[in-house]
Ligand binder design. Structure first.
Ligand SMILES: C[S@@+](CC[C@H](N)C(=O)[O-])C[C@H]1O[C@@H](n2cnc3c(N)ncnc32)[C@H](O)[C@@H]1O
Length: 293
């Protein structure tokens, strides 16, 4: 077994079911990944049948839980495909199965794909969003919300100009959830917390892999759930997008990828990656909506 420092900034070739057991216990702060979608890419990297997806994934998530620190997070970018004219339920079944495995389904973030291509289907519209499911091992986990704050924008000029009496006092939830908001708290502030919807364009430039996510997507979760020098794992790293984000943000990455051609693409991208992060990775680069907490 390799020591912790020997895992630092490496992409390992192989099936993650075989490689993950070699990673030491509790060494990873964040797992962010986009696994192969059920059966969808059979011709490019071997799919898993939607009916078998949960059984295939559970031994992997068991290893992910072992290597993740108790305060760590696991972000799973996934979207159920359409099978025989309706959405398959394997993602919903996977969420339930992961909870039974001991994970907490802490949150669901949405990646809204701003530039998805046009299309026409008889029974649905074009698919413009994917899930980013956030699982944790315990209720108290590492989260650095200030790292992803967004500018308040022009909204504040109109909304905060004429405050009602309710806006000036804490407005507690009517369902007695314990949550409440005081709009007046936001007067004079430049930045606010984002919502759980990320509006990100897909990247068309990476022609060597057919299913990449944009580098802003792992970057956002890396900033939210880790600190510099923490360890980020992507067990299905493909063309190395998560590693590129880590290099920009001074985090350590561990990547696993079955296909050696994609590892070559990843290594080329990493070589071309500049440090420190360009402006793209500051708050202004990600178009996220403000949200009141
Ligand atoms: C959806 S893609 C990930 C793309 C990646 N997020 C990127 O931006 O390039 C899934 C990747 O998982 C790899 N893969 C599939 N099964 C695997 C396995 N059992 N172990 C490791 N990698 C696997 C595929 O070759 C593919 O590159």
């Amino acid at each position: 077994m390799l020591t912790n420092s020997e895992w630092q900034n490496r992409i390992l070739q192989g099936d993650c079911r075989k490689v993950l057991p070699k990673i030491p216990d509790a060494m990873v702060d964040l797992i962010v990944t986009s696994p192969p979608y059920a059966d969808q890419r059979r011709h490019t990297y071997g799919g898993v049948h939607p009916d078998d997806y949960v059984d295939w994934f559970l031994p992997i998530s068991e290893q992910l839980s072992r290597v993740l620190k108790p305060t760590g997070s696991f972000v799973l970018n996934i979207k159920e495909r359409v099978v025989a004219g309706e959405r398959h339920t394997y993602v919903l079944e996977l969420i339930v199965a992961l909870r039974k495995q001991g994970w907490l389904w802490t949150e669901e973030y949405i990646w809204h794909k701003k530039n998805c291509h046009p299309g026409k289907w008889p029974n649905r519209f074009r698919d413009a969003w994917e899930r980013c499911l956030h699982f944790t091992k315990q209720k108290n986990f590492a989260m650095y919300q200030d790292a992803v704050m967004v500018p308040m924008g022009d909204w504040r000029h109109s909304r905060l100009k004429n405050l009602s009496e309710t806006d000036k006092r804490r407005d507690n939830s009517r369902v007695q959830s314990g949550f409440g908001k005081k709009i007046a708290n936001w007067i004079g502030r430049e930045m606010a917390y984002p919502t759980n919807v990320m509006h990100l364009a897909t990247e068309c430039g990476n022609r060597n892999h057919s299913a990449t996510f944009p580098v802003e997507l792992p970057s956002w979760f890396i900033r939210l759930f880790t600190r510099p020098d923490n360890f980020v794992l992507d067990p299905f790293i493909g063309s190395g997008t998560t590693a590129v984000a880590c290099r920009h943000l001074d985090r350590n990455y561990i990547g696993i990828e079955m296909n050696p051609d994609y590892i070559e693409v990843a290594e080329q991208r990493l070589e071309a990656t500049v440090k420190p992060a360009p402006n793209l990775f500051t708050n202004g680069g990600v178009e996220t909506s403000y949200g009141l907490k």
